[in-house]
Design a binder for this molecule. Structure first.
Ligand code: SF4
Length: 169
């Protein structure tokens, strides 16, 4: 596995997610960039870099940590929500909802760039709002404890570790 001694960009990477939402308001076609945001944690995990995206790059995590710390009520997320079972269920729900919404949009409006961009933009916005609401009631980055993309990256890392342990035995 490659070393994760990469410099953290969390201090400023929130600018990326703000820019993304503003660009999407100006022109919904920019919504397609949501694909990068959703895919990057998984891509880096597949490349053997574990959860480096969550620790050093994630614009959403950066935003939550930076802006919610002053207004957050700071409660701890319930234990049952932090279990692997709950995270797995959330990941399955997210994948199901996302693929259903995408298929529905394509069936009804055709396979167009704008249609797909709109789905990504709305999905990013919806999960962003959920992350903020959770961060206000609970600790600022509580969303990161249940985030499907973060959990997906952790699962990839776990399976890679297991594979390399099996090889070395
Ligand atoms: S858990 Fe999700 S929101 Fe949090 S840093 Fe990772 S990818 Fe970003």
């Amino acid at each position: 596995m490659k070393s994760n001694k990469t410099k953290s960009h969390m201090e400023w990477s929130y600018i990326i997610i703000i820019t993304f939402f503003v660009l999407g308001i100006i022109d919904i076609r920019f919504g397609i960039l949501g694909m990068v945001c959703m895919g990057m944690p998984l891509y880096l995990a597949i490349k053997g870099r574990g959860k480096v995206h969550c620790a050093k790059y994630c614009p959403r995590g950066s935003f939550l940590g930076k802006f919610l710390s002053k207004i957050s009520l700071g409660h701890t997320l319930p234990k049952w929500l932090r279990t692997n079972r709950a995270k797995n269920i959330l990941l399955i729900i997210m994948l199901t909802v996302f693929s259903s919404v995408l298929s529905y949009a394509i069936i009804n409006h055709g396979f167009h760039f704008v249609v797909i961009a709109k789905v990504f933009y709305r999905f990013m916005l919806m999960s962003f709002i959920v992350g903020i609401v959770i961060g206000v009631f609970f600790k600022p980055r509580s969303w990161c404890q249940i985030c499907p993309m973060g959990h997906g990256s952790a699962l990839i890392k776990k399976s890679q570790d297991k594979k390399s342990n099996n090889i070395s035995q």
